[in-house]
Design a protein around this ligand. Structure first.
Ligand code: DMJ
Length: 567
């Protein structure tokens, strides 16, 4: 075999390369390109870029921090290749993220463990029994925005949360904030700490449903289970309070395989169905002893989320026959809603009036709270005959214009709590405070997702800027006592972090972040995963509970004392 000549070894000598610098340059270029190709794209982003891409988001979903064993089985949703954010939208999204960080950091600094922060007093206050409402309400927002250090700290706090308190809790507020927040955090992270805690608090709320009709009382003592409805309603329960637990409790049954939560809340709707009026509009006071309803009809305070949940349970239940009665009731209520629709003069703003009882007079007043209605109509416009779809969507657009004008028409750019509509004068502020509510931006989010019309993003941005200008202080965000003068109050409501900032963030995010065909938001903006039946076919929530039971039995996980085993 021929030996290599001495010239074959010249490539190994340094002098060879010193005389030929272009070879060195070429080698460097090749090395750099290879590095770029194999490098994880995300690590190439600038350190200032804190945005969560949709891939990051699903990666977060797949990452399962702790206690994975018993967790609910789920497939990561396929990453939908959709919108690439333009520069303006990406900047807006980043600003909303920074607002969340500011709100959270302020809470963490001055009020950690309390329900809510009083930013001007720089201390915490407990209006929900000291259950850390802001922490629980913020979990999913932190997760979705990718604030994982904050999320993990919150998670460790929740893990030690003791619900055994001698406190008269609002069963509505505790359900939508705490049960909803925990189930959502579980759905996002798969961490069973959240599911166990959700179950614990739900068990403490259950005595509220022990009434002659199954229509719940509205407060329950978390330690003793003693329940009642307030004196100011003469013992009646409030419609929105008594019928806004279905999404959370059905979801809880789906995830635990224990049907008792679902049964309690579904029974309430069955009872309401027995006296459901032809126009689907239920007065706000419902007597839990006699199942009879009285007083005002409204899509605002005390009525609102009852209508919202009729639709959302149908969505959560995979729109199947087993949940069809929810959709039917909702359709009936939408007929009733049409009878409340009015136009202002001179500018023809569409609004929802209120009504006294079944045959009573109308009140030309609309709460900002009723501004969730456009979002609900958008969600309802995805199904049904074309004529109805168009009708719902058109009405949603008109109402959203009105709600946006609630903000635009005040000197501060923030909406009052409610508006009076006076002939010839369009709208005027009634109750003048603003407590950082989310309903209008919630609807703008749904409308943006549905129509892709950028004006909804612009409207949301205007509202966000008004919050930044008027509500942001060094120590968090406050509401306004009066949207005309701008006088500040001293509270950062937990729903500002749970809802207002989340909907704004999602408004400026691609639709693949929390896609609406896979998630349903509870009334506190906590996204709950829509559970598909095995094989991906849609199924009812009841079907799903049965499936879970079979699945668990197959896996041999059920002990003899389980509720499910007794079925
Ligand atoms: C939230 O707690 C919920 O959105 C509820 O349905 C209505 N009120 C507040 C926000 O305004």
């Amino acid at each position: 075999m021929a030996r290599p000549s001495p010239s074959s070894w010249r490539f190994l000598r340094l002098a060879y390369y010193i005389r030929r610098p272009w070879i060195v340059a070429l080698m460097l270029v090749v090395l750099l390109c290879t590095t770029f190709i194999i490098w994880d794209r995300r690590s190439l982003r600038s350190p200032d870029d804190t945005s969560t891409s949709e891939e990051d988001f699903f990666e977060l979903q797949r990452a399962r921090p702790k206690n994975t064993k018993e967790a609910f089985e789920r497939k990561p949703p396929s990453v939908v290749k959709d919108e690439i954010l333009d520069e303006t939208t990406a900047e807006r999204r980043e600003k909303v993220k920074q607002a969340m960080l500011h709100a959270w950091n302020s809470y963490e600094k001055y009020a950690w463990g309390y329900d809510e922060l009083l930013p001007l007093s720089k201390r915490g206050a407990n209006d929900f029994g000291g259950l850390g409402a802001t922490i629980v309400d913020s979990l999913d927002t932190l997760y979705i925005m990718g604030f994982m250090d904050q999320f993990n700290k919150a998670r460790d706090w929740v893990a030690k949360l003791d619900f055994n308190r001698n406190y008269e809790a609002s069963m509505f507020e505790t359900t939508i904030r705490v049960v909803g927040g925990l189930v959502s955090a579980y759905d996002l992270s798969n961490d069973t700490v959240f599911l166990n805690k959700a179950r614990e608090i739900a068990d403490r709320l259950l005595p509220a449903w022990n009434t002659p009709t199954g229509i719940p009382y509205t407060t329950v003592n978390l330690a003793s289970g003693d329940s009642r409805s307030p004196g100011w309603t003469l013992g009646a329960s409030v419609l929105a309070d008594l019928a806004t637990e279905q999404v959370e409790f059905i979801a809880l049954s789906q995830r635990t395989g224990d049907p008792k939560y679902q049964e309690k809340v579904e029974n309430v709707i069955k009872k309401i169905k027995e006296f459901f009026p032809q126009d689907g509009l239920v007065p706000i006071y419902v007597n839990p002893h006699t199942a009879s309803a009285s007083n005002r009809i409204t899509f605002g305070a005390m009525g609102d989320s009852f209508y919202e949940y009729l639709l959302k349970v149908w969505v959560l239940g995979n729109k199947t026959q087993a949940v069809q009665h929810y959709r039917d009731m909702w359709e009936q209520s939408m007929e009733g809603l049409m009878s409340l629709i009015r136009k202002s003069t001179p500018s023809s703003y569409t609004y929802i009036a209120e009504r006294y009882g079944s045959g009573g007079g109308y009140i030309d007043k609309m709460d900002e709270l009723a501004c969730f209605t456009p979002g609900m109509l958008v969600l309802g416009s995805n199904d049904g005959p074309d004529e109805k779809k168009t009708k719902y969507l058109d009405l949603a657009k008109e109402l959203a214009r009105t709600c946006y004008n609630f903000y635009r028409s005040t000197p501060t750019g923030l909406a009052g709590e409610n508006y009076n509509f006076i002939s010839g004068q369009d709208m005027s502020v009634g109750t003048a405070w603003n407590i950082l509510r989310p309903e209008t931006v919630e609807s703008l989010f749904y409308l943006w997702r549905k129509t892709g019309d950028t004006k909804y993003r612009d409207w949301g941005w205007d509202i966000f800027q008004a919050f930044e200008a008027r509500s942001r202080v060094d120590t968090g965000y406050v509401g306004l006592r009066d949207v005309r003068s701008g006088e500040k109050d001293d509270k950062m409501q937990s729903f500002f972090l749970a809802e207002t900032l989340k909907y704004l963030y999602l408004l400026f995010s691609p639709s693949s972040v929390i896609p609406l065909d896979q998630w349903v938001f509870n009334t506190e903006a906590h996204p709950i995963k829509i559970v598909q039946r095995d094989g991906g076919a849609p199924g009812s929530s009841e079907d799903f509970v049965k499936q879970q039971i079979h699945r668990k039995q197959r896996l041999g996980r059920l002990g003899g004392d389980s509720n499910i085993a007794r079925q």
